[in-house]
Every structure is written in C-alpha cells, then in structure tokens.
Ligand binder design. Structure first.
Ligand SMILES: [Fe+2]
Length: 260
C-alpha cells in the first residue's frame, strides 16, 4: 500500500508518523510506502543535531519504507550529497536503507504506480533566511532537472499514473487564494505545462498547508492528513485542521468583548 502526507518540517511535525496519530503504521511492512510531499526537513543541521539523528533512526526503524519528495525548506547541500542508488526504476538519494529521497524529474514505479516526481518551490520567506544555513538556492530546480523531467515524460509518452510534487500548478494556488503570496514561482509555471501536457490519474502535492481536493483535476493537496493513495481515505487521527488564518479568526471571535 502507499500512503501520502504533506510537509513534515523536520522535528516540528515528524511525530505525525508516530503510532498515536498513524495507528495503521504499526501494521505495515517494508513493501508499504509512506511518501512525504516535500519540506521533509529532517536533513537540516550540518552536522545533524542529536534530536534529528534520533528522529531519522525512528523513521528507519518504522515498519514501512519512507520516501520523500524535496520541498523548499530543505538543506540541499545535504540532500545532494546523499549516496545515490537505483530504486523503483530510477535514482534515489539514500538517507538510510528505508528512508529515501525521490529526486526531481524521474518516473518511479511505486506500489505498481508509475509516478512522475518533481520537488522544489520558491520560499516566500527567503528574505528572512540565511543562504547555506536556512535557505539554499537549489530550492529552484536546475535547467538539467527541468529537462530531465521533460525527457522522462517523453519516454513515458506523456502518460503516468500519479504525479507527486511539492507545490502545485498556478490555477490551484489561485483556487486556494494563495496566488498573492506564491505568484511568480517558476516551479508552478513548469507544473502548469505538466498539467496541460501530461495524462495522469491522480496528482498529490503539499506546500500549500491545506488539505484540499480538486475533484475535476484529480489533484489532492495535503497537509497534516495521511491518506491512502489508492482509496484516498484519510487514515491519520489528526485531520482537516483549518488553515492558520481561520484558526486565528475563530480565536478572536471567542475572546470576550470589552466590558463582557
Ligand atoms: Fe514548502
């Protein structure tokens, strides 16, 4: 089986895959795959902090195999330095035997599905970050990666089963009212072309910090929900948390008015 979830942001949200939130995980096996759709973030500090090493060891000791697409909040110096191996029909970065990085522009066969993978996105908060310490220019794909993606799709005759990305095409950003923050991202412009040209059954992405389903386009945006990719059923305990802005609005409404 194959499960997918949105950004985990390193130590901040990796507990999502713990038994309390993902009880089904305890019954999975190594052939079962859990895919994190970018902003994995556990390869961050260099050298790694003890907590990061522990979290990675826990992930390795989980009964399933963890795969991640890269996002924008990743230490790309560390990702790019990972040893590379051929798995699922294309090269992966090997963090440990069962924690693997799915690289940009390849078509992998995951649980029988031909999956086109393309990570990366532009960080809106990049101005507040330090190059080489908390931001890496490789969040934007290289010309070689963009070309590799088109070559892989050409070899697949522009037809795959699933598409796995970090960000989404522009019309999805618009539909979620996020375009004003995220407009001008070259990765979304590239994905617009993929959306137009590629026949696919389902598309899963993260980055937008929402759990949303676009039925007509068969695009699923994921945040904290963990879903079964085949049935699209949510299997995590925590699910459908409203966006931060709505939570703040709700809190403001609950606050007693002056004089109450
Ligand atoms: Fe992101």
């Amino acid at each position: 089986m194959i499960f997918l979830t949105g950004d985990t942001h390193g130590l901040l949200e990796i507990d999502r895959l713990g038994t309390a939130n993902f009880p089904l995980g305890a019954r999975l096996e190594r052939d079962d795959l859990v895919v994190i759709l970018g902003d994995f973030g556990l390869l961050w500090s260099d050298p790694p902090r003890a907590e990061e090493r522990l979290a990675l060891r826990r992930l390795e000791e989980s009964p399933w195999t963890t795969l991640f697409v890269d996002g924008n909040h990743e230490n790309f110096s560390m990702l790019d330095a990972l040893p590379q191996e051929e798995r699922f029909g294309a090269p992966v970065g090997v963090v440990s035997a069962h924690v693997l990085h799915l690289r940009r522009g390849y078509v992998y066969t995951l649980a029988g599905k031909r999956c086109f993978v393309f990570g990366g996105a532009r960080s809106v908060d990049r101005k507040g970050r330090t190059p080489g310490r908390s931001w890496w220019p490789e969040e934007i794909p290289s010309a070689e990666e963009y070309r590799r993606g088109l070559d892989s799709l050409e070899a697949s005759e522009w037809r795959v089963d699933w598409i796995l990305t970090h960000t989404a095409p522009n019309h999805i950003l618009q539909a979620l009212d996020l375009h004003k923050y995220l407009h001008g991202d070259p990765v979304s412009a590239y994905l617009d072309e993929i959306y137009r040209e590629v026949a696919y059954e389902k598309w899963f992405c993260g980055h937008l910090h929402r759990n949303s389903r676009f039925t007509k386009d068969r695009i699923r945006v994921l945040r904290e929900n963990i879903v079964n990719g085949d049935t699209e059923e949510t299997v995590s305990v925590e699910r459908d948390r409203p966006p931060l802005r709505e939570r703040i609005r709700a809190m403001t409404r609950l606050r007693p008015l002056e004089g109450d």
